[in-house]
Design a protein around this ligand. Structure first.
Ligand SMILES: Cc1cc2nc3c(=O)[nH]c(=O)nc-3n(C[C@H](O)[C@H](O)[C@H](O)COP(=O)(O)O)c2cc1C
Length: 175
């Protein structure tokens, strides 16, 4: 798939098969995220892939609690990609860096035949002991990061919807 086709055809998917995603594919997607541009080249984002079912379900439960729903906010996806950005650097683009990392991963996943959906509330999730324990288990200090976002990642169950019609008057070329 060429880059422009990938950009135009990626869509958020909200129904996933429970088919696992190989570590090789997960790594390719994470690498695409980590190769995104970052403010002053500071490479502030860190990506954590969660495939462990009980941890995945615990994170989904926390996300549902923050959102105030009882359904699975990750739509049954077998993998959660969590993106946090370092706040240690005197750099004010942590959230922008993390967002671009998420964008790259969404596109990389689409190019590899996988589906994603950005799932919010990572910043709030970082307040929960479950997130903090996960970080500590990876020898990371949770206080050194801001939560930027999660991706639901997996194989789409069903067809992918069309893009919404684009709003007008958002394109200008000034010569
Ligand atoms: C910052 C951000 C936060 C989002 N949070 C959620 C979310 O929590 N849950 C969800 O189902 N979709 C979420 N989305 C996905 C958007 O709803 C989706 O991108 C939008 O409806 C456009 O659809 P498309 O991605 O298929 O083009 C989020 C997207 C962005 C960029």
């Amino acid at each position: 798939m060429d880059a422009l086709t990938c950009l135009m055809t990626r869509r958020s998917v909200r129904k996933y098969k429970d088919t696992p995603v190989s570590d090789d594919l997960i790594e390719q997607i994470i690498d695409a995220g980590l190769y995104a541009a970052s403010g002053m080249g500071m490479q502030t984002p860190t990506v954590i892939a969660i495939t462990n079912k009980s941890l995945r379900n615990e994170i989904a439960k926390i996300n549902a609690e923050i959102l105030g729903v009882s359904s699975d906010p990750f739509y049954g996806a077998p993998v959660i990609l969590m993106v946090v950005s370092s706040i240690k650097e005197q750099q004010k683009t942590n959230v922008e860096d993390g967002s671009l990392c998420l964008g790259n991963m969404m596109l990389a996943a689409h190019a590899l035949g996988l589906a994603t959906c950005w799932i919010n509330r990572c910043r709030e999730g970082m307040e929960y002991p479950c997130y903090q324990e996960l970080f500590k288990s990876l020898s990371l200090d949770p206080k050194s990061f801001v939560g930027v976002g999660h991706l639901a990642l997996g194989y789409a169950d069903g067809s992918i919807s069309n893009a919404a019609v684009r709003k007008n008057d958002r394109k200008f070329i000034v010569h």
